[in-house]
Design a protein around this ligand. Sequence first.
Ligand code: NAP
Length: 280
Amino acid sequence: MKRIYGIIGDPVAHSLSPVMHNAAFEKLGLDALYLAFRVSKGELKDAIRGAKSLGIAGLNVTIPLKEKALFFVNAEEEAKKIGAINTIDFGSGTPVGYNTDGIGSMQALKEVVDEIKGKKVLILGAGGAARAISFYLDAEGAKVTIANRTKERAAQLTSILHNAKSIGLGAELTKQLKDMDILINATSVGMHPNEDATLVRADLMHPDLVVFDIVYNPMETKLLKEAKKAGVKKVVDGVKMLVYQGAASFKIWTKKEPPIAEMEKAVRDVLNSIPKRKVL
Ligand code: NAP
């Protein structure tokens, strides 16, 4: 029988996970289908129970459900520490929760950075994605600085890390950036339809800075354009993270090696085909 997977979130219609996972199933010849299900916070518990009863094989979890979903699954220790899940596996009968955002971001970053240990990393944002990313960077021995609009949220995040400090987005950010090895945007700033927005401009960047924007729509965000202007040699876009976090979920569910190249192509094809002004 066909195995059913999906993503739950609200909104979720814009998600690129269905096209990415269905491309992977097709490439590996698996009799499986991946769908998007709109689920509100109030319906989350019933949705997870219902998915289990219906024999759904696995789910991804997206905004705004990642934190709340933790309470309705057996979460892995790592996901508990991060405080959010983005993957549920129903393979054992009991829903097991994982967070693959952190591992996805690290794989994306490691395409251009050989050694994370000792690197000075500035992360913009202190939301769910920033939590997962900083947790992994901290564990690998990076020196993490969290810069967030809401300073208290940044301070709360650094309190669960070993080697991290928090700052605001003003003058402190300008001062700190000169000395950084890696800059990661883990806020939603620059995401469609606000494509002209960026928290950091070219004059604050140096050419040896690695710039990673986890926003993937548009693929080349304003931040990445500014990086190009500053002569930055190494940039990473959000599609890389999207693909690697999805690939990690795929492997948890199917125990098979995910076809990364096909997954990435499927996502980039869709993003390249979106008319400039269409609202996603
Ligand atoms: P979230 O938990 O809602 O956090 C949003 C973060 O953005 C917070 O730190 C928030 O600051 C900050 N922010 C929002 N608007 C801002 C503004 N106008 N100025 C300054 N800061 C602002 O969201 P999330 O789940 O972490 O996701 C963040 C972004 O990452 C989204 O665009 C999402 O699509 C993307 N994402 C990409 C991937 C991928 O695989 N590529 C994976 C996960 C997420 P405050 O704390 O002050 O509100």
